[in-house]
Design a binder for this molecule. Structure first.
Ligand SMILES: Nc1nc2c(ncn2[C@@H]2O[C@H](COP(=O)(O)OP(=O)(O)OP(=O)(O)O)[C@@H](O)[C@H]2O)c(=O)[nH]1
Ligand SMILES: [Mg+2]
Length: 455
């Protein structure tokens, strides 16, 4: 067979495998995991991240049939791993019969292309897998639009690989521009169409989010509490027991992508709304953080964050760190929070653990979402926290005082605002610590001015 024929055959085989991977409705495919360990990497973290990648694969309904880690001084620019390693993976496929290969780190489009040509199997990276799960689990129009934007932005630079899929999504023939030799121009046309599609999805998203905002006016008598945390920590389960709801919670990653709001029942005269949100993960793709930004920013407007941690997870400290990092990225660092160490029922024979955790994390609670008395105790903790740690104040802001306006909008929740001819009057709520850090000096100044005026 001539080299040309071999190349065509290889391309056809690859396209078939890619189509199979993209078009499957359910799981049942076999994957092979690859990671690269660089001199600065912590080998334990590399292993933990691979275990997590395995869980992501199972969430897709697929199975992992093998794993390999290559130690190298630095990545190979063209293929990320070494050529010998790529060859070894290709040979392993004869016995393990995997359908695709996943790299635990992000690959460039060129690296994917080169690796696919060498291994003759579709190559995904961590971001690609997470995006597939998000696409599978998004339910509401808002979540679907957010995921679709992130997905299109991810595949646009990889278009020569994803061309057939995009063609099929548009309702085209699907026989493949690359195979027909349509080449660059077709890809360029597609890329432009994709850009237009992203722009129109962004407009749709803005409209959906505006509608949501107008529906949900900030009511002064309501307290907003938001559940945040690593994926699978138990946010939705806790939400269900706290608010007597029936949202879908299961032992799989990114089960929740849509925010849901429910009211806490049985709390005398307080009107507390609890929001369940999308979970976080290490190396959460930037595109997803960007397109979920508006949803995530809701956390920065909360009165209180409940940071749920699965205490049975070996990497729970890393999970806390990752969650804190994402919260900082979306401007929620200042919002008061309670750390909730969940699933304590699964920890047997360590009766001192709650005390140890309380010492390390002063504002925290250990509980099992399944224990009624724990839920009751937790509900009381939330109510007491809101009653004792929050301050409501009224500020009079002169026109042009942009410093004060920015202080209010960045650090407090605006409950009411009214503009008169001379000033804006803002009723705001914040935690006591934020009040003392940012607002107490302003208030003191305001009162001094008022005294001078009235004298
Ligand atoms: N043993 C035990 N299991 C729990 C507890 N809370 C939650 N779980 C289990 O943990 C798994 C994940 O729960 P979810 O509530 O779906 O977790 P989540 O944080 O909402 O996850 P995502 O929405 O996927 O990010 C489920 O199998 C729950 O049954 C608990 O207190 N004890
Ligand atoms: Mg959930």
């Amino acid at each position: 067979m001539s080299k040309n024929n071999i190349d065509i055959e290889k391309t056809l085989e690859l396209e078939k495998a890619r189509q199979l991977l993209e078009s499957r409705v359910q799981g049942g495919m076999k994957s092979y995991l690859v990671s690269l360990e660089l001199p600065d990497d912590d080998p334990v973290e590399i292993q933990e991240s691979l275990v997590e990648l395995g869980a992501l694969v199972r969430t897709l309904g697929d199975e992992c049939v093998g794993v390999t880690v290559q130690k190298k001084a630095k990545p190979v620019p063209a293929t990320y791993i070494g050529l010998g390693k790529a060859e070894e993976i290709k040979n392993t496929c004869d016995s393990l019969k995997f359908d695709y290969v996943i790299f635990d780190q992000e690959l460039s489009p060129t690296q994917v292309r080169n690796l696919e040509n060498l291994i003759v199997k579709p190559i995904l990276d961590r971001t690609g897998v997470i995006l597939q799960i998000f696409r599978k689990n998004a339910r509401s129009k808002e979540a679907r639009t957010q995921v679709e934007i992130a997905h299109l932005e991810y595949i646009a630079p990889r278009l020569s690989n994803a061309w057939i899929t995009w063609e099929r999504q548009r309702g085209g023939g699907g026989s493949g521009g690359r195979l027909k030799g349509a080449g660059e121009t077709q890809i360029e046309i597609d890329r432009r169409r994709m850009k237009d599609k992203i722009a129109s999805l962004r407009k749709d998203l803005e409209k959906i989010q505006k509608e949501r905002e107008t529906q949900r006016k900030n009511r002064a008598d309501e307290w907003n509490v938001v559940l945040v945390g690593y994926t699978n920590a138990g946010k939705t389960t806790l939400m269900n027991f706290l608010t007597e709801s029936h949202l879908s919670a299961k032992d799989s990653l990114f089960e929740t992508l849509d925010s849901s709001i429910r009211r806490i029942r049985g709390v005398n005269n307080m009107n507390i709304l609890v929001t369940d949100t999308v979970g976080f993960i290490r190396n959460l793709p930037h595109g997803l953080v960007a397109s979920f930004r508006s949803t995530l920013e809701e956390t920065s407007k909360a009165d209180l964050l409940l940071h749920i941690v699965d205490i049975t997870h070996k990497s729970y400290k890393e999970h806390i760190k990752v969650t804190d990092e994402v919260l900082a990225q979306v401007g929620a660092s200042d919002v008061p929070r309670i750390i909730v160490f969940n699933k304590i029922d699964k920890i047997l024979g360590e009766p001192r653990l709650p005390k140890i955790l309380a010492r390390g994390y002063p504002r925290s609670i250990c509980l099992s979402s399944y224990k009624e008395e724990d839920i009751k105790r937790f509900r009381e903790m939330i109510v007491n926290f809101l009653a004792q740690n929050m301050v409501e104040e009224v500020f009079h802001v002169a026109y042009g005082d942009s410093k004060m306006l920015s202080l209010i909008y960045s650090h407090a929740r605006v409950l009411e605002s009214n503009w008169t001819q001379d000033e804006g009057i803002f009723k705001v709520r914040m935690s006591k610590s934020i009040y003392h850090r940012y607002f107490a000096p302003v208030k003191a100044e305001e009162e001094q001015e008022w005294q001078i005026k009235s004298n």
